[in-house]
Design a protein around this ligand. Structure first.
Ligand code: F0G
Length: 404
């Protein structure tokens, strides 16, 4: 376990209350400061565990020997030549987070977050979610033997995610409102200590999510890519990746910084809008709407941290339309055999758009992080593709349909 402190990202004060989700003094966002001094003597070859979150236990703020784990991380990094050719970026890789135990990158943060919950003796954990966080938390709470309550925006959670949350035994509350409303409820309950909040505003969650960056570096033999592209919703993941980059740079494992590039959906783009106006803060949007329900968020809790990640790496942010998202989703499936959910396809759609805009150079080495599995949202796959062809058992009719 790394020696660490929880402190306020805004005013820098130490925060002792383990249930606090913002700074008790100034209301700022929390973060974890890892003491990197002892790590400076360490080299990548000293990592002994297999690829996965716990390979990087030395950079994690919880005790690995007491971990709540379902073997998260260790996901493939695909070299995607056919996709690269289509989008005009020859050196394109896809980090396939859909291969995590519950099918999304959330498992990386949840193994650390739920291990922390166990450490402080929490009995009930909870979160608001557009779907994946709730699926992941429900699974890890089951593994830890904790009670779990999740708050979801009514009618806006993809079928696979909802199925997972109920299947793993969480109390699922469908809130009449959007994600931002559901998060308010979860935070109120956390404030009165009725539950331990495991949304990404909890500073332990992004610590686990740092591991996606550590793995990408490991998989590329620490030959740092030029750019890493990822979808932005509540905006913690891009921050986690940034934090991981800064930590690796500080301990001397990398000597270059990839440009972090955040993609939002056109109907839900507060972070991109802030980037477009060169602002370090964002204005919340009232009625976010997009086919990529995972990132349908108007008031991203970690929006300011996301902007820091983008500006701090010389990165970029752009929005993509629902049509661009669905085309990119299909392109990745049909060129590479890789199935991702719409929000994840936003990163590929963003790569294509930024190449067309000339922001991405054709020789850049680009990694798109694809955050969730296509099976999370089967309805969108079925409705955006050719329907099955109904026919009789007659072989000649089938041959005619297949032009054989
Ligand atoms: N991709 C997927 C598949 C997601 O589920 C999410 C967030 C994101 C991208 C965006 O990540 O919020 O860190 O910027 N899903 C959350 C949830 C909000 O509740 O499952 P972010």
């Amino acid at each position: 376990m790394a020696d660490h402190r929880v402190l306020c990202w805004d005013c820098g004060k130490d925060v002792e209350n383990p249930y606090a989700d913002v700074c008790p003094s100034c209301g700022g966002l929390l973060t974890i400061k890892i003491n990197l001094e002892p790590l400076k003597a360490m080299k990548p070859k000293d990592l002994k565990m297999p690829l996965g979150v716990w390979r990087y236990a030395a950079l994690m703020p919880v005790d690995a020997s007491k971990r709540i784990s379902i073997q998260e991380g260790g996901t493939p990094l695909y070299r995607c030549d056919a996709l690269g050719k289509e989008i005009g970026v020859e050196n394109t890789w896809v980090k396939y987070e859909g291969a995590n135990p519950t099918g999304s990158f959330k498992d990386r943060g949840m193994t650390i977050g739920v291990s922390r919950a166990a450490e402080i003796g929490a009995k009930i954990v909870g979160c608001a979610s557009t779907g994946n966080t709730s699926a992941s938390l429900a699974a890890y709470a089951a593994k830890a033997g904790m009670k779990c309550a999740v708050f979801l925006p009514s009618g806006k959670v993809a079928a696979g995610k909802l199925a997972q949350a109920v299947f793993f035994g969480a109390k699922v509350i469908s809130v009449d409102g959007n994600f931002d409303d559901a998060l308010k409820i979860a935070r109120d309950l956390s404030e009165e200590r009725s539950l331990y909040l495991l949304n990404s505003i909890n500073p332990y969650r992004p610590e686990g999510q740092k591991s996606v960056l550590f793995e990408i570096m490991d998989q590329l033999a620490f030959d740092v890519p030029d750019r890493i592209i990822l979808p932005v919703g509540n905006a913690a993941n891009i921050w986690a990746v940034y934090k991981a980059i800064i930590e690796l740079e500080e301990i001397g494992w990398i000597d270059k910084i990839p440009m972090l590039t955040g993609i939002q959906a056109e109907g839900s783009m507060p972070v991109t809008r802030a980037f477009e106006s060169k602002s370090s803060d964002f204005t919340a949007e009232e009625n976010p709407e997009t086919v990529a329900t995972a990132i349908r968020i108007g008031n991203p809790v970690s929006g300011r941290k996301a902007l820091k990640a983008i500006y701090g790496t010389g990165g970029y942010s752009v929005s993509v339309t629902d049509d661009e998202i669905l085309s990119a989703q299909k392109l990745l499936g049909r060129k590479e055999g890789v199935g991702v959910e719409p929000a994840s396809a936003a990163s590929v759609a963003g790569a294509k758009k930024l190449r067309e805009m000339g922001v991405i150079d054709k020789n850049e080495r680009v990694v798109c992080i694809c955050t969730g599995n296509a099976l999370k949202d089967p309805d969108i796959m079925i409705s955006s593709c050719e329907p099955p062809i109904r026919c009789s058992k007659d072989l000649s009719e089938i041959k005619r349909i297949l032009s054989l």
